[in-house]
Write a protein that binds this ligand. Structure first.
Ligand SMILES: Nc1ncnc2c1ncn2[C@@H]1O[C@H](COP(=O)(O)OP(=O)(O)O)[C@@H](O)[C@H]1O
Ligand SMILES: [Mg+2]
Length: 443
């Protein structure tokens, strides 16, 4: 079979590369998807028995997916006889027992992801929405010698995990080949696409630059905590003292795929310990861990999200004699704090307090997931002009990760806590019932 393929010049490095990670990023209509589709097909036609999987965050109908693209490419290259698409099985059979199959990353968890071990190529299309957890699961799973991970994406934020990994993180520098492609690199772009582009060119400039030139999205002014503020807080050096209060926040998982997160903060220092993340832990396990951390750290205050199953964690800790405080995210915003605007509920108020803290000297770990969590939620105003923070469920619908670590850190701001006396002996603590000391209403 003679294959007549002439990839646009911009993609040539990807066709030649033997790197483990291949990436193409850029704006709409650059030919990214078509080029990767053609490359994948050619690999399958020339390497009998190859197995590949095409991934999306969520695989909707095959009609909208790379499935159709590859079948059309096979027609275009005159190679349709060599493959056998079986739509009902979500698979395209290729020469020598090879397969190309299709899945959504949401179908995988820590256990069943092992089924991907035998694949040679995993191609994640529209990977700008890829979550850190999903990437961390995927990378070590594809372990066959010579296996590759391909990513195509239109950059959204600098903090998007795929962008971090494929363009920024120096650890991957030697194992990735990445090209940037935009509309002008696509010699095949049609008139319709050009018309669309010119329409957008006449509109909002930042939007045009994101959609067509592959620039990061302009930071939305409806983002509750901006990326700049978070990065500054990450660069600050913590300078904790023993008279600073040590507070624990516990965000309890509500849905199957969320994690319970325990976070500590000592005054302005949010880096005292890495967040503890518990996956699929029940209320008894979460309570046991919280109590173990209280024993270990001897904090001055512990705030636990008591909505939903969190109530069980609060009850268990109290039953065991630990004086923890339950916080209801949906409850009233019950504090008046200088510099913090009117908020519609307790969760918004804790986030607003945390935002003030980030702005005015708080230090946080330099950690992508935390950055995504803090910058993830959008906000709006209700009829009373009070701030409404985006709900976790709405964030999920947008394909943004649930900000569990952000919520845990926010919980440390539920109420003011003052450090207890310094150097108190451990056994003394056990005998006394302790209370966080409420500060003034001005925090
Ligand atoms: N190799 C090619 N041969 C013919 N047409 C192409 C080719 N590559 C891209 N195109 C045209 O350009 C359009 C945009 O390409 P696409 O891969 O969808 O871009 P992107 O994924 O970057 O948005 C396609 O719909 C197709 O019409
Ligand atoms: Mg595309």
């Amino acid at each position: 079979m003679i294959l007549n393929v002439t990839p646009p010049k911009v993609f040539a490095p990807l066709w030649k590369s033997k790197a483990r990670y291949l990436g193409a990023h850029g704006g709409r209509g650059s030919g990214k998807s078509w080029d990767r589709g053609a490359h994948l097909l050619v690999r399958h036609l020339t390497e009998p028995g190859l197995s590949s999987i095409c991934l999306r965050d969520v695989q909707k109908s095959l009609d909208q997916s790379v499935f159709k693209l590859i079948v059309e490419t096979a027609h275009r290259l005159g190679a349709i006889e060599a493959i056998k698409p079986v739509e009902s099985d979500r698979v395209i059979r290729t020469p020598g027992g090879g397969i190309i199959t299709f899945a959504g990353m949401n179908e995988f968890n820590a256990e069943n992801i092992k089924s991907l071990e035998g694949f040679d190529i995993a191609w994640w299309e529209e990977a700008q929405t890829a979550g850190q957890r999903a990437l961390d699961l995927l990378r070590p799973t594809l372990r066959k010698p010579g296996s590759q991970l391909w990513f195509t994406w239109n950059p959204r934020l600098r903090s998007d995990p795929v962008d971090q990994m494929m363009r920024q993180d120096p650890r991957f520098a030697d194992s990735r080949t990445v090209v940037e492609a935009n509309w002008r690199d696509n010699p095949f772009r049609g008139d319709e696409l050009e018309e669309e582009r010119l329409l957008d060119l006449a509109g909002d400039e930042a939007r045009y630059r994101h959609i067509w030139e592959g620039d990061y999205e302009a930071e939305s002014d409806m983002q509750f905590i901006g990326g700049g503020m978070v990065r500054e807080a990450m660069e600050r050096q913590p300078n904790p003292t023993t008279v600073d209060e040590l507070v624990l926040g516990v965000d309890v998982a509500r849905f199957g795929d969320d994690r319970t997160v325990i976070k500590a903060r000592r005054g302005r220092d949010g880096t005292t310990m890495p967040a503890i993340k518990l996956l699929r832990a029940d209320t008894m396990q979460v309570a046991a861990r919280v109590m173990a951390e209280i024993d270990r750290l001897n904090p001055d205050g512990v705030f636990i999200d008591e909505g939903g199953v969190g109530g069980g964690v609060v009850d268990r800790c109290r039953q065991m004699g630990y004086n923890v405080i339950g916080v209801n995210f949906g409850g009233k915003a019950d504090r008046v704090i200088d510099g913090v605007p009117k908020c519609a509920n307790k969760r918004a108020q804790m986030w607003a307090t945390m935002r003030e803290w980030l702005k005015s000297g708080g230090c946080i770990e330099d950690n992508r997931e935390l950055e995504m969590d803090l910058t993830g939620p959008l906000y709006s105003f209700d009829n009373n002009n009070a701030i409404v923070l985006e709900k976790k469920s709405d964030m999920k619908k947008r394909g943004v990760a649930s900000p569990d670590e952000g919520d845990a850190l926010a919980l440390t701001f539920a109420y003011p806590v003052v450090a207890r006396s310094i150097g108190r002996a451990e056994d003394q603590r056990k005998q006394e019932e302790w209370h966080p000391v409420w500060g003034s209403q001005n925090g």
